[in-house]
Ligand binder design. Structure first.
Ligand SMILES: [Zn+2]
Length: 186
């Protein structure tokens, strides 16, 4: 089983030649070329000399320390729920679908007690525990909110360190923001 997530391909991508490998799962042969049928990760089996595409995003494994991207979907006094949509693997951002959460107060003394984020915020977090869902943290200098909207008028907030500012309402809002807030194309 390959552990490399770097070779992510799209349907129609050329993934090898039929002289070297036989088409495995989700791969077909077209004029001597092996072509991906689904989006996914290239998996080479060097015993059977086959190339397959692992299409299921659910197979993607997460590890403690992984940097993930997602959107805040729910927030209360105990936890923040995050719909994780991407994970950093090496130099590439891999699409994924996972549920994440940030625990507030309680267990961790160093955790902030006030929700540092609001529903709809796009965040960069770090995985600190891999269970059925991913436990995340925003505690880290490069972590936090990347894009946020005004809770009153939904205008995208501008960074005005250390706060965020709504030019429409002329008021500030408080978040735990990432240093590159507003600079990422998302
Ligand atoms: Zn506003």
């Amino acid at each position: 089983m390959s552990s490399s997530f770097e070779k992510l391909v799209l349907p129609g991508d050329n993934v090898g030649v039929a002289e070297e490998y036989v088409p495995g799962r989700n791969v077909t042969e077209v004029d001597g070329k092996l072509v991906a049928l689904v989006q996914g990760e290239v998996v080479k089996n060097d015993q059977r000399l086959s190339i397959s595409i692992e299409g299921s995003k659910r197979k993607l494994r997460f590890f403690n320390g992984d940097t993930v991207y997602g959107q805040v979907t729910k927030s209360d006094q105990k936890q923040i729920l995050i719909s994780v949509a991407g994970v950093q693997k090496g130099n590439s951002l891999v699409n994924c679908m996972a549920e994440g959460y940030i625990r507030l107060g309680g267990g961790r003394r160093d955790e902030v007690h006030q929700p540092p984020v609001r529903i709809g915020d796009l965040i960069r977090g770090k995985v600190i525990r891999v269970g059925q869902n991913l436990e995340l943290t925003l505690n880290g200098s490069n972590l936090g909110v990347l894009k946020s909207r005004c809770s009153r008028c939904r205008t995208v907030l501008k960074a005005q360190l250390p706060d965020l500012y709504c030019e429409n309402c002329q008021r500030t809002e408080n978040r735990k923001i990432a240093p590159d807030y507003g600079k990422l194309k998302i």
